[in-house]
Write a protein that binds this ligand. Structure first.
Ligand code: DQA
Length: 144
């Protein structure tokens, strides 16, 4: 049986995981996250592809690709969560599950992080569980 594809899409500054505010985002690097999620996905029968970009247009292109091909998405929109109607509009076009993930607990931080433009269009939201949030999202996708 062919494995189900899932895209894990990470937004701006997440390429700096491991170096970036480790007290908030942990010590796992983005390269380590990629390797871990691929192997975690294999255990769930999923073919996981992890991408990261600091360019909004590139992220919108990936969301269109997922919509056109009905590929489930695990999305950490990072700062675009709180600022981008364009990302929200792209997410609204989804044709498969899309789970919004935040490594940190955005509700326990600055006020501006409490609002997400993406949440109204997401299947579900996970925040504050660190890297385990991505595992939980992949598990949810595998079960649906
Ligand atoms: C984040 C939370 C956002 O507020 C922030 O801008 C990020 C990362 C998280 O994973 O906790 O870049 O999405």
């Amino acid at each position: 049986m062919t494995e189900r594809r899932v895209l894990v899409l990470n937004g701006p500054n997440l390429g700096r995981l491991g170096k970036r505010q480790p007290e908030t985002y942990g010590s796992t690097t983005h390269a380590e996250l990629v390797a871990h999620l691929i192997s975690y996905g294999q255990g769930l029968g999923l073919s996981v592809e992890v991408r990261q970009t600091d360019a909004e247009a590139e992220m919108i292109g990936w969301l269109h690709e997922a919509a056109d091909e009905s590929i489930p998405v695990v999305l950490n929109p990072a700062a675009w969560t709180h600022s981008s109607v364009a990302i929200a509009d792209a997410v609204a076009q989804r044709t498969a599950d899309l789970i919004e993930v935040h490594i940190s607990n955005v509700h326990a931080r600055e006020e501006f992080r409490r609002h997400s433009y993406v949440t109204p269009y997401a299947t579900g939201v996970i925040a504050g569980l660190g890297i385990a949030g991505y595992e939980a999202a992949l598990t949810a996708v595998a079960r649906r």
